[in-house]
Design a protein around this ligand. Structure first.
Ligand code: PLP
Length: 400
């Protein structure tokens, strides 16, 4: 039976066209793009093309606003650390309680070791940002706001363009971790006040270990990696040229498939959600019902362990995730679901199904076929479910 991969927010399959585009850059075009001889020049031209392809995907005004990095984590760190350095008089950061560890761990470290004040803006039950708390946290002490475009676990989308305007009024820089949004949502940075944006290749069918940081023209930037003058001295180190070429090709393909992501893929996601919620009592969608990534379904099944479901699904050849890939392995519900104040009895049983253009109707059918049985089996073993007894079972009002 064909395996069913529904963990695309953790990572995506590299597109075969991306692989084809990259291959010559391991063999024939192996030159260093900084070299002035012919070997270097052809590679330099390919890097330039990739920069333009990425510029087009995110609607950047100038191609040199794109700085290639090793991925989302590096881009997030680079943006925040740079802001603190270029604005030494400002010692506060505003972020959200549901960011990826690439932002939250760095903030915790800065708080502990450098005495930086970090405002972690809370979210509501659907993962939506508390705008009042956000406004209250902004002041002339804030160097940078770092708020994600879309959450990796629930898919909830934040109104980053509006948040960036407010940050600008306070004189703070605005950075967004758009690792989960780029390639899934149309983005036009030209028309926003966003100063910096992080993206990662492996979330959009390019390889792991390549990503980019967008730095708006005119925004002061100080690199933490010291060395050569690559990337206009904003990211030292010989460029990962096959990765860059692959990311460029992936950006071009993402533009081509953007409609598919927002129509066919979304329809698959919606059919899965609806089917599961109709078949399984005491289950609900955790993300924002309206402002949500088209590919992400995070469903909490009450009174069971997500890990148990993952193992049984895995036996059926179905791959998905409980919480984010980085937090699975620990039995604590993820920091995202805790911040949303989802009761422990539900947060423990939250499963994330994340689609991509590689998925089809059969994948949805397969999950709908096996999931009700798995949940029933695990609930039979659950002392919590026994406690629920004959109490009326609840179906999600949105879909029931
Ligand atoms: N930010 C978000 C929202 C993510 O989902 C991830 C990856 O899971 C990252 C950052 C880290 O990106 P990378 O794996 O490229 O370092």
């Amino acid at each position: 039976m064909r395996p069913v991969y529904l963990d695309n927010n953790a990572t995506t399959r590299v597109d075969p066209d991306v692989v084809q585009a990259m291959l010559p850059f391991f063999t024939d075009h192996f030159g260093n793009p900084s070299s002035i001889h012919a070997f270097g020049a052809s590679v330099g031209a390919a890097v330039k093309t990739a920069r333009r392809q990425l510029q087009a995907l995110i609607g950047a005004e100038f191609d040199h606003e794109v700085v290639f990095t090793s991925g989302g984590t590096e881009s997030d760190n680079a943006a925040i650390l740079s802001a603190l350095e270029v604005m030494p008089d400002r010692t506060e950061i505003v972020t959200s309680a549901v960011e990826h560890p690439a932002v939250l761990s760095l903030c915790a470290d800065l708080e502990k070791r450098r005495g930086i004040t970090v405002h972690r803006i809370p979210v509501d039950r659907h993962g939506r940002l508390d705008l009042e708390a956000y406004r209250a946290a902004l002041s002339s002490r804030v160097a940078i706001v770092s708020i994600m475009w879309a959450n990796n676990e629930t898919g909830t989308i934040f109104p980053v363009a509006e948040l960036a305007e407010l940050a600008k009024e306070a004189g703070a820089l605005f950075h967004t971790d758009a690792v989960q949004a780029v390639g899934k949502l149309p983005i036009d940075l030209r028309s926003t006040a966003i100063d910096m944006l992080s993206l990662s290749g492996h979330k959009l069918h390019a390889p792991k270990g390549i990503g980019a940081l967008y730095v708006k023209r005119g925004v002061r930037f100080r690199s933490q990696i010291k060395g050569g003058h690559q990337e206009r001295a904003r990211r030292a180190g010989t460029e990962n040229t096959p990765g860059i070429v692959g990311l460029g090709k992936a950006a071009e393909l993402a533009m081509k498939f953007m409609d598919d992501e927002n129509t066919r893929v979304k329809t698959l996601r919606d059919r899965l959600e609806k089917g599961l919620l109709q078949a399984i009592p005491n289950a609900f969608v955790t993300g924002d019902p309206r402002e949500r990534l088209p590919n992400t379904a995070n469903i909490a099944f009450e009174y069971i362990e997500g890990e148990g479901m993952l193992l049984l699904l895995n036996r059926e050849g179905i791959a998905c995730s409980s919480g984010s890939a980085c937090t699975s392995g620990s039995l604590e519900p993820s920091h995202v679901l805790r911040a949303m104040d989802i009761p422990y009895t539900a947060a423990h049983g939250a499963i994330r199904f994340s689609f991509s253009r590689d998925n089809c109707e059969d994948d949805v059918d397969r999950v709908l076929e096996v999931m009700p049985g798995i949940v029933e089996k695990l609930r039979e073993l659950s002392p919590f479910w026994a406690g629920v007894g004959e109490a009326p079972k609840t179906f999600n009002p949105v879909y029931a």
